[in-house]
Design a protein around this ligand. Structure first.
Ligand SMILES: Nc1ncnc2c1ncn2[C@@H]1O[C@H](COP(=O)(O)OP(=O)(O)OP(=O)(O)O)[C@@H](O)[C@H]1O
Ligand SMILES: [Mg+2]
Length: 221
């Protein structure tokens, strides 16, 4: 499903060179729930962003669903991302001026989907994350856990095969974090979505099928 080959990422400025990823080779199987762990600064977000085609590696290859992405143009990349990938971030990345349903619909605005169909799909995914009763609320009127559930609804509205989550419970207390984890597990088990999640929480990692560990840009386990 996802195949990373000899991936390197080096950030260069005039004075410093940071090796964020060094010769990473990683395969994620279809339907797998993989967690990524490692100390701050070891390259986890860099890896997830490259996997999600939000950032380009300095060298190496990224294959998703059998398709080589390395030579894709920006427009093609954006379309591919929109159709195949759903993102969930630690800080939710919701738009505060839009209500819940409008936030969730956003990925479908970039596709030719009618307004009534968008609303219908948004209602379905909001139901899935247990938020159908909050559709007209604005993000500032929601708890952190609810915001993250809106973000998950937005991530799945386009029916992506893959969900990439960067510390999805990092800003939540343990109860809200557990709710978000339950939803991710449900999306994996019931809907068969492939999930790659960065986490600092050993207990959460234990609940996933496989954990890979990084240190200083290298996979150590
Ligand atoms: N835009 C950038 N320019 C220069 N260096 C960067 C840039 N982004 C990240 N880095 C460096 O690359 C390394 C990996 O960063 P990354 O954000 O991937 O770490 P992380 O494992 O996600 O850490 P955290 O757990 O704190 O989120 C760090 O040393 C960081 O300083
Ligand atoms: Mg990070």
């Amino acid at each position: 499903m996802i195949k990373l080959t000899e991936l390197n990422k080096i950030y260069r400025t005039d004075e410093i060179e940071t090796i964020a990823l060094e010769n990473v080779n990683l395969e994620v199987q279809k339907g797998e729930f993989l967690s990524i762990m490692g100390p701050s600064g070891c390259g986890k977000s860099t890896l997830l962003n490259i996997m999600g085609l939000l950032d380009a590696p300095t060298s190496g290859k990224i294959e998703i669903n059998g398709i080589q992405t390395i030579n894709m143009k920006d427009k093609e990349l954006a379309q591919f991302r929109n159709q195949k990938l759903g993102f969930v971030f630690q800080s939710f990345h919701l738009i505060n001026s839009l209500n819940v349903i409008d936030n969730v619909e956003l990925p479908l605005l970039y596709r030719k989907v009618s307004s009534s169909e968008r609303k219908k799909r948004a209602q379905e995914v909001l139901e899935k994350v247990g938020l159908s009763h909050r559709m007209r609320h604005f993000p500032t009127q929601l708890s952190g856990g609810q915001c993250q559930r809106v973000a998950i609804a937005r991530a799945i509205i386009g029916n992506p095969d893959i969900i990439l989550a960067d510390e999805p419970t990092g800003n939540l207390d343990s109860k809200m974090g557990a709710e978000v984890m339950d939803i991710l597990h449900k999306l994996n088990k019931e809907d068969g979505r492939t999930i790659v999640m960065v986490t600092h929480d050993e207990r959460q990692a234990k609940q996933t099928a496989r954990t890979v560990r990084f240190f200083d840009g290298r996979q150590i386990q």
